[in-house]
Design a protein around this ligand. Structure first.
Ligand SMILES: CC(C)(COP(=O)(O)OP(=O)(O)OC[C@H]1O[C@@H](n2cnc3c(N)ncnc32)[C@H](O)[C@@H]1OP(=O)(O)O)[C@@H](O)C(=O)NCCC(=O)NCCS
Length: 256
């Protein structure tokens, strides 16, 4: 079991620092996004809803409303890669499926940023850790499985960290059970393999929320999921709120 680093108690300094680096790195960059890679993107979006596909998100949206967190989902489509406009991925055209998924997630994120009064054309770079870099004042998280992309975004200073994960509603692979679930988590979800997968999704969401705040490298064993209480707790005492949806897709959102 991993001991959390002493630096893990931090504020959002890490996020501010990384956002600042992202801004400086892109200052003066001629964003194709702004000068009209638009036609490809518009064609990709045309006729297809952005942010409101897949499972009925209404219960999840209701659960997230108190924290001012918006969420959307999109089926990943041919052409969605046009929305993935950032320096690193532009330089690495390999793995089209992954870029397509990343583009789909960014479409949703930009839509939500716009709904929250931000710039819907905002570049969403990646930090060196892989975490997305959000515009000032925004916090969010992206995830995708083979078919669906999701994004969650907040513009709420009291949301320090946000993480989302999406998984197919399938059993957690047997070889991951002991790695991912603690004894109590296993006992509570005995015989419900999909519920076990949802615990996995919760832990991935928690990882993203915490890593975005201070870079802590959590292990699964560092996180205890208490879905009945709508929360997850960490070995260092921190607690995160959880909102989950179990439909044909499993979606977990962690907020701290
Ligand atoms: C970050 C991680 C959780 C992403 O999970 P994944 O199954 O590969 O992919 P997902 O579709 O769920 O999420 C991908 C998105 O996560 C985000 N992401 C990547 N690294 C991140 C990080 N360090 N912090 C927050 N978000 C991150 C990105 O937005 C990425 O989307 P993009 O590539 O389109 O920009 C995983 O790759 C990872 O690095 N895990 C670390 C080790 C681990 O698993 N520890 C135990 C977890 S408790």
């Amino acid at each position: 079991m991993k001991t959390l680093s002493p630096g893990a108690r931090g504020s959002s300094n890490g996020v501010r620092l990384r956002n600042d680096i992202g801004r400086r790195a892109t200052a003066g960059f001629d964003w194709p996004w702004r000068r009209g890679c638009g036609p490809a993107l518009n064609a990709a979006i045309a006729g297809h809803p952005v942010g409101d596909e897949g499972p009925d998100l209404a219960p999840l949206r209701a659960a997230l409303a108190a924290d001012g967190v918006l969420i959307g989902a999109r089926r990943i489509r041919l052409g969605d890669e046009a929305a993935l406009i950032d320096l690193r991925t532009a330089a690495t055209p390999a793995n089209l499926a992954r870029r397509r998924a990343s583009g789909a997630a960014r479409m949703i994120a930009r839509l939500l940023i716009g709904e929250l009064g931000g710039d819907p054309a905002a570049p969403l770079m990646r930090s060196t850790s892989g975490a997305p870099l959000w515009p000032d004042g925004f916090m969010g998280s992206l995830a995708h499985d083979d078919s669906f992309a999701v994004a969650a975004v907040a513009r709420n200073p009291s949301v320090a960290g946000l993480g989302v994960d999406v998984e197919p509603a399938e059993p957690l692979p047997a070889d991951l059970i002991d790695l991912v679930l603690g004894d109590e988590e296993k006992r509570l979800r005995q015989g419900d393999e999909v519920a076990r997968r949802l615990v996995f999704a919760c832990k991935e969401a928690v990882y993203k929320a915490i890593h975005s705040i201070d870079g802590t490298e959590l292990e699964y064993a560092d996180i205890e999921v208490r879905r009945d209480e709508g929360m997850a707790s960490l070995m260092d005492g921190r607690r995160l709120r959880l909102a989950t949806l179990a439909a044909d897709r499993l979606i977990a959102v962690a907020i701290c």
